[in-house]
Design a protein. Structure first.
Length: 250
């Protein structure tokens, strides 16, 4: 997918011009341009890796949430990267730098800028102002993101079959190490699969083991189980209702 529509330098340049002024309208529009800049930075990163990453990440329009999701699969997603290329003897190094922003900082700045884009509450309307010095500090911090070159280190994605819709679910070893479950990335499914790790590998499961009186296995997915739900055995067609039940512990 093409990342050219996202020209982050343009938005930073507009913000710089607007910050020369001190009126409320200019500062509000400077905040908007810096938000656009952060969005362009994130989308540029996502689209360069679009052939691999789950579609659900790319479809997130909020950049901080998109990067948080990507970081769950790729530990390098929000890190600065440096690539050094040298001759065989180690001489004549060429250094390529990519400046990034940590998810926590991205969220803080993005939300802070967003707070200036709304009309103030009636009780604060008369005293409302935008702190120009704060915006200038944000500008100085994020302008580092235009220096250097985008570096993408391909992540080894693996797949397993969803137990419900049978579509492939993407995961990485990094994700498995840091999470207890993963949701099917098929928008019409979204069944949650729990992760069980063992020495040398892992397995995924989404069903609750339950046998009908006829001996057939009932298809019950943990993340979709609701009190009062009717479950039908596909073998003998007997219906079951899910009821809350407490078992006394002796």
């Amino acid at each position: 997918m093409d990342s050219k529509p996202y020209n982050k330098r343009k938005h930073l340049a507009y913000a710089k011009l607007l910050l020369r002024n001190s009126d409320l309208s200019s500062l509000r529009h400077a905040s908007l341009e810096m938000r656009y800049f952060l969005e362009a930075h994130v989308y540029e990163r996502l689209l360069k890796d679009a052939d691999q990453i789950p579609k659900s990440i790319i479809q997130k329009w909020e950049p901080n949430k998109a990067m948080k999701m990507l970081s769950m699969f790729n530990k390098l997603a929000d890190m600065d990267l440096k690539l050094t290329i040298t001759a065989q003897d180690g001489s004549s190094p060429i250094i390529i730098q990519y400046n990034n922003i940590k998810n926590s900082e991205l969220t803080k700045i993005y939300n802070s800028l967003g707070s200036y884009l709304h009309l103030p509450q009636p009780s604060k309307a008369k005293s409302f102002s935008i702190d120009k010095d704060k915006l200038v500090k944000i500008f100085d911090k994020i302008k580092l993101l235009i220096r250097g070159n985008l570096i993408i280190i391909k992540t080894d994605y693996e797949t397993f079959e969803c137990e419900s819709c049978k579509q492939p679910i993407l995961f990485t070893r990094w994700y498995v190490e840091k999470n207890e479950s993963i949701t099917c990335q098929n928008d019409s499914c979204k069944v949650e699969h729990f992760i069980e790790r063992y020495e040398g590998g892992c397995r995924f499961g989404s069903k609750i083991p339950c046998t009908c009186t006829c001996g057939a296995e009932l298809e019950i997915f943990h993340s979709q189980l609701k009190i009062g739900e009717i479950i039908k055995c596909t073998s003998c067609l007997v219906n079951y209702r899910v009821d809350p039940n407490l078992t006394k512990i002796k």
